[in-house]
Design a protein around this ligand. Structure first.
Ligand code: SF4
Length: 371
């Protein structure tokens, strides 16, 4: 295995570019610039923690995000440098061979390996909706997650249940932290997660030996500490009262605010507007589609209907604060959800209410902190 310096050289990445990347990564993680050499040293060391990547109920979107590279960047090389010992979708091994590889890693690196989980875990019907090698996802998660040094839930499904947990949640889907009480689980929600946030989280762990600071939903603050609405390039149009009223209308062509088209940016926390996708090229709102709030607990249910302007939202414009609007969206969303009859499932309703209350509190905390 080539060492990390060798990998950089093989891809014609200069040391200057590498240090520039480390500096940018440090800025993203909100650590002082003086930490750049420490980040570089951690990446250049031969410490390659093994990774076991487990996929349960998901669409493989987070794996797609991991593999999205069209040319190797330093970030992708960092992920390549890790020892990905088990990943059902990308590993060459299959069957007994794959299981043997997983068990060998768990035994040899007990308490040290990184466990990454993609997809929700079904607990209904004793977990039979998702089994691998004769074991339920619940049992596999408890075993692999229980002995890991670091646990990262990638995507909304593994973080909070996501789409599989939407009403009527036929499989009883839940997120990772519900099944690993007492363990620190880092949630990187999003549909899918942005792989740069995964890189940042892993680099933080390699550099400082600990998880980054997290919010009440287990999300790293460096990635989920700011409201989408506050960093959106369409915000000026929101404040000026310029809104898209129909897809393809004059306002849409001019890049006006998508609030009336159902944008949930005022109630969502994620670094999408600043990090963007495809090497910083674009993100959904820039491309002309409103934010769907996919990184919030309770997504999908709390953020529907996707394209309707939500009812009972107070007037907005320069005089309305994002706090009022964000809170109204969360409340109105749940109200619409109720009218659709989804409340018949008690467990889901409880979760939606919980998510709604906590999101409101977070919106208030963030707004107070910004004053
Ligand atoms: S409502 Fe949506 S489109 Fe409009 S400024 Fe906020 S985040 Fe951007």
């Amino acid at each position: 295995m080539t060492d990390f310096k060798g990998m950089l050289a093989a891809h014609n990445i200069s040391r200057r570019s590498f240090l520039k990347y480390c500096s940018a990564l440090g800025a993203m993680m909100a650590v002082p610039a003086t930490m750049t050499p420490r980040i570089a040293a951690a990446l250049e060391s031969d410490n390659r923690p093994p990774v076991i990547w487990m996929e349960f109920q998901s669409c493989t979107g987070d794996t797609e995000s991991l593999l999205r590279a069209n040319r190797p960047s330093v970030g992708e090389l960092i992920l390549d440098h890790l020892s990905l010992d088990y990943h059902e979708t990308v590993m060459a091994a299959a069957g007994d061979q794959a299981e043997a590889s997983k068990h060998a890693t768990m035994e040899k690196f007990k308490g040290q390996y990184i466990c990454i989980i993609e997809g929700s875990i079904p607990v209904g019907a004793d977990g039979v909706y998702c089994t691998i090698a004769g074991q339920t996802a619940v049992d596999i998660l408890k075993k692999v997650g229980g002995d890991a040094g670091l646990i990262i839930a990638v995507g909304s499904c593994s973080s909070y249940g996501g789409l599989p947990a939407a009403y009527p949640n036929p499989t009883g889907a839940v997120g990772v932290s519900e099944l690993l009480p007492g363990k620190t689980v880092i949630n990187l929600p999003g549909c899918p997660m942005n792989v740069d946030n995964l890189t940042g989280t892993i680099v933080h762990y390699l550099t400082f030996g600990s998880a980054p600071a997290m919010d009440r939903f287990g999300r790293p603050k460096f990635a989920y500490g700011k409201r989408i609405h506050d960093n959106c390039e369409r915000r000026g149009h929101f404040d000026a009262g310029q809104y898209v009223e129909n897809w393809g209308d004059h306002g849409h062509r001019q890049g006006w605010c998508l609030y009336k088209m159902g944008c949930k940016g005022p109630a969502s926390f994620h670094n999408c507007p600043t990090l963007r996708w495809n090497e910083g090229l674009s993100w959904p709102v820039m491309a002309g589609h409103g934010c769907v709030g996919c990184s919030e607990p309770g997504f999908f249910d709390t953020m529907m209907p996707m394209y309707q302007r939500l009812p009972n939202v107070p007037g907005f414009g320069v005089e309305a604060s994002a706090l009022k609007i964000g809170g109204a969206i969360v409340g109105a969303s749940a109200a619409v959800f109720a009218t659709h009859g989804a409340v018949t499932m008690a467990r889901n309703w409880k979760q939606v209410n919980q998510a709604k209350t906590e999101t409101r509190e977070m919106i208030k905390e963030t707004t107070d902190a910004e004053k």
